[in-house]
Write a protein that binds this ligand. Structure first.
Ligand code: BES
Ligand code: MN
Ligand code: ZN
Length: 491
């Protein structure tokens, strides 16, 4: 999709479709909307009066643009809450998605208000998301050429400089790259294949290191190895360093992503219903690799490393058993009481390794707990931070790019509930407080500023929505990219 900014009013732009957000608060038309409505000859109020665009029922309405220079008008039901970036991203993806398979080539988007550079960038990311067809990865039969048609040019009314547009387009590509990685099936994307993907980042100037079981064993990464030992596909620890990593020994950010290519639960086997979703359990790894690729293209001097511990969590004759005790790389022993609480086991070795490599700041992103999804649903990712100021930086990066994060308490008072009779800690406590306790567990293995973001509910949609289709979304990529850029700038 091409993107350009245009200093044009919605009354003057001539596109195939002009998209206009309408908010529930707009029942009494504000002046900007009333002007457009009058110039069009009343097509907006007409659509609403006629029932074509009931704000309580409809996401979008596509109507003839009347006397406006554009051909059609796409009314998009929006939410006014919060920052412009969140809103802009949602409106843009809904608009572009609504036009999939239609004859529209050019789409003009009028954000109406809250337009700052971040909102425009988020609109570009959202618009690119709106073009996404998950069937493009493996589909062979259903997609006709007509169905594959999509908006080819986005015109942002009142938009930012071309340079800012180009940067946002790069970010949008990064989100899509991560999204496709997270959508790939487990028979196609297993640990070594993810290593292949990471090695391609050498073309962007990155240094890529891949550890296999012998190297990991030598380092004492037994928590990670234990999770992977039941699978035919061997584990890998992937590290991607940007050129800037070596230049700033005093200030280095490592982003660590949970890479469980398939989570069957292991011997603590999951129930069969919806187990296929667990191919998305590598969404964190997909996000950090995609973010590293994006930052490498935008600002290669950023002192950034992406770390992706990759495993398949499978039952089998050699699988880890409930009750097994493993010694993690930092020397602490873990009693694995539930083999389905595997994400935290691979993260603790990856995080500790990142510290040993010289990371001064850590962020991990993981589809870690069903509890996160139960409590927060598909829109909001809970995070934990130590210290809380470091969390504020991560949250700001999410706000700026249209991802919604919310802080949870890192209540170390719960640490005693993870006491083990036989080892230093158990990997899973009771159901009560499961979300918080998962972070409290990881907290025992990190010593530098650290944020843990749980994207179990937000990494992928369970069904089609007006703004995105079922499946992975590329969650985390824009937050991590922005955080890295801010970090490099010393913010
Ligand atoms: N990958 C799952 C978490 C998950 C569940 C992600 C549903 C997305 C949707 C994780 O490995 C897991 O199984 N967590 C367990 C932890 C429990 C055993 C302490 C959970 O949340 O049930
Ligand atoms: Mn699990
Ligand atoms: Zn998992």
């Amino acid at each position: 999709m091409r993107v350009r900014a245009a200093a044009l009013s919605p009354m003057a732009v001539s596109a195939d479709v002009l998209a206009v957000p309408i908010y529930r608060e707009d029942r009494e038309f504000p002046a900007d909307l009333a002007d457009l409505d009058a110039t069009s000859g009343g097509v907006i109020s007409g659509a609403i009066d006629w029932g074509e665009f009931n704000l309580l029922e409809h996401y979008t309405a596509l109507v003839d643009a009347g006397s406006l220079p554009s051909q059609k008008l796409l009314l998009v039901n929006g939410v006014r809450r919060g920052r412009g970036a969140w809103r802009a991203r949602r409106i843009a993806s809904t608009a572009v998605r609504r036009l999939q398979g239609r004859g529209a080539t050019t789409l003009a988007l009028w954000l109406r208000d809250g337009e700052d550079e971040d909102a425009f960038a988020a609109a570009i990311v959202g618009a690119q998301q709106g073009t996404y067809r998950p069937t493009s990865i493996y589909g062979r039969v259903r997609d006709t050429e007509a169905m594959k048609r999509s908006v080819e040019e986005l015109i942002l009314l009142g938009g930012p400089s071309q340079e800012a547009v180009d940067r946002a387009v790069l970010l949008a590509e990064g989100v899509e790259f991560g999204r496709t990685l997270a959508n790939r099936a487990s028979n196609d994307l297993f640990p070594e294949r993810m290593a292949d993907v990471a090695r391609q980042l050498e073309a962007d100037g990155c240094t890529v290191e891949v550890l296999g079981p012998p190297e990991m064993a030598a380092l004492g990464m037994n928590a990670l190895l234990g999770v992977g030992q039941g699978a035919e596909h061997e584990p890998r620890l992937i590290a991607v360093k940007l050129p800037g990593w070596d230049k700033r020994p005093d200030r280095r950010l490592a982003i660590v992503g949970k890479g469980v290519c398939f989570d069957s639960g292991g011997i603590s086997l999951k129930p069969p219903e919806r187990m296929e979703e667990m191919k998305h359990d590598k969404s964190g790894a997909a996000a950090v690799i995609a973010a590293a690729r994006t930052v490498a293209r935008l600002a290669p001097d950023t002192p950034l490393m992406a770390v992706a511990p990759m495993v398949e969590n499978m039952p089998g004759a050699n699988a880890q058993r409930p009750g097994d005790v493993v010694k993690a790389m930092n020397g602490k022993t873990v009693e694995v009481v539930n083999t389905d609480a595997e994400g935290r086991l691979i993260l603790i070795d990856a995080l500790h390794w990142a510290e040993r490599e010289g990371a001064t700041h850590l962020v991990d992103v993981a589809t870690l707990t069903g509890a996160a999804s139960v409590a927060f649903g598909e829109l909001i990712s809970p995070y934990f931070a130590k210290p809380r100021e470091w969390g504020t930086a991560v949250q700001a990066a999410g706000d700026a790019t249209g991802e919604w994060l919310w802080e949870m308490p890192l209540a170390t008072e719960y640490r005693t509930s993870l006491d083990s009779a036989h080892a230093d800690i158990v990997n899973s406590g009771s159901r009560e407080g499961a979300l918080i306790k998962s972070a409290v567990f990881i907290n025992d293995f990190v010593t530098v500023p650290w944020v843990h973001m749980d994207i179990a509910g937000t990494a992928y949609l369970l069904s089609d929505r007006s703004w995105n289709p079922k499946g992975a979304l590329g969650t985390g990529v824009s937050t991590l990219t922005r955080l890295s850029l801010d970090y490099a700038a010393g913010r």
